[in-house]
Design a protein around this ligand. Structure first.
Ligand SMILES: Nc1ncnc2c1ncn2[C@@H]1O[C@H](COP(=O)(O)OP(=O)(O)OP(=O)(O)O)[C@@H](O)[C@H]1O
Length: 239
């Protein structure tokens, strides 16, 4: 059974029609990369799944609840299953990294041991530093560490590895894959890095001209004549 089912999703900002009919499904345990050029509508789509952005037409069903007819209680239930990392991570100005992790552990009532998270994400040197003073990459890492604290059924990540050096990218992907295999959690993310899609994603959705022009498994795309996902992208998306 699909945990997400989206049909003919449409969304405009004023006269700018961004999503013109997206069809999408996600099942437990899948890692899905959402790709497309700058301004294609990837973040808009993800924010709809995060239940933080409204839409104009179509249907979005999350964990069997249709967002159009959902009660406040049901929405709270749905949100409990979702953890998100947004692109701008300029929150939490006055808290230190260790304090932030404790705060979210208690907020999520998480069984995860903070010391393990600190070790896994190499955060020991930053435990006593203010979040606000960290570099962009380390802010990203701390935001991801927080997202994993809730052990969500669905993790939605907007460009999780942008701005990270190769070791940190590798570390984040190891953690995502480990979480995915260990808990059968579903991961949906946007990225402009096609190598990552090829290496780590089970499926790819290409948003182009407001629709999901392609929604297929990575392996099908690679056996259909494209040598790499990068080649697939370059051949299917105009500048
Ligand atoms: N809150 C908003 N109000 C008005 N227009 C918006 C808003 N958010 C996004 N847009 C517009 O919607 C379009 C899609 O933006 P979106 O951020 O979803 O694209 P994206 O594919 O995530 O882009 P990128 O790869 O550059 O991050 C763009 O034209 C953008 O300017």
């Amino acid at each position: 059974m699909a945990i997400i089912s989206v049909n003919n999703l449409q969304k405009a900002y004023g006269a700018n029609i961004v999503l013109k009919g997206i069809d999408f499904e996600a099942y437990a345990g899948e890692v899905i990369g959402v790709i497309g050029k700058n301004g294609a509508g990837k973040s808009t789509f993800l924010e709809t799944l995060m239940t933080i952005k409204g839409y104009d037409a179509g249907s979005v069903v999350l964990f069997n609840y249709d967002l159009k007819n959902i009660t406040a209680n049901q929405l709270e239930k749905v949100r409990k299953n979702i953890s998100v990392v947004l692109q701008p991570t300029q929150f939490y100005k006055t808290l230190k990294v260790g304090e932030l992790l404790k705060l979210f552990k208690s907020y999520y009532q998480s069984p995860v041991d903070i010391e393990n998270i600190i070790e896994d994400f190499k955060l020991e040197p930053y435990r006593k530093k203010y979040f606000d003073k960290l570099s962009g990459g380390w802010k990203q890492i701390v935001s991801l560490a927080i997202a994993f604290l809730s052990e969500p059924k669905l993790l939605i990540l907007d460009e999780p590895t942008t701005g990270l050096d190769p070791h940190m990218r590798n570390l984040i992907w190891s953690y995502i894959k480990n979480y995915n295999e260990r808990t059968e959690g579903t991961v949906i993310l946007t990225t402009h890095n096609m190598d990552e899609v090829e290496m780590y994603c089970d499926k790819v959705m290409l948003i182009n001209n407001g629709v999901n022009e392609v929604f297929n498994t990575t392996s099908d795309l690679l056996t259909s004549g494209y040598k790499t996902i990068n080649e697939f992208y370059l051949k299917n998306v105009e500048i």
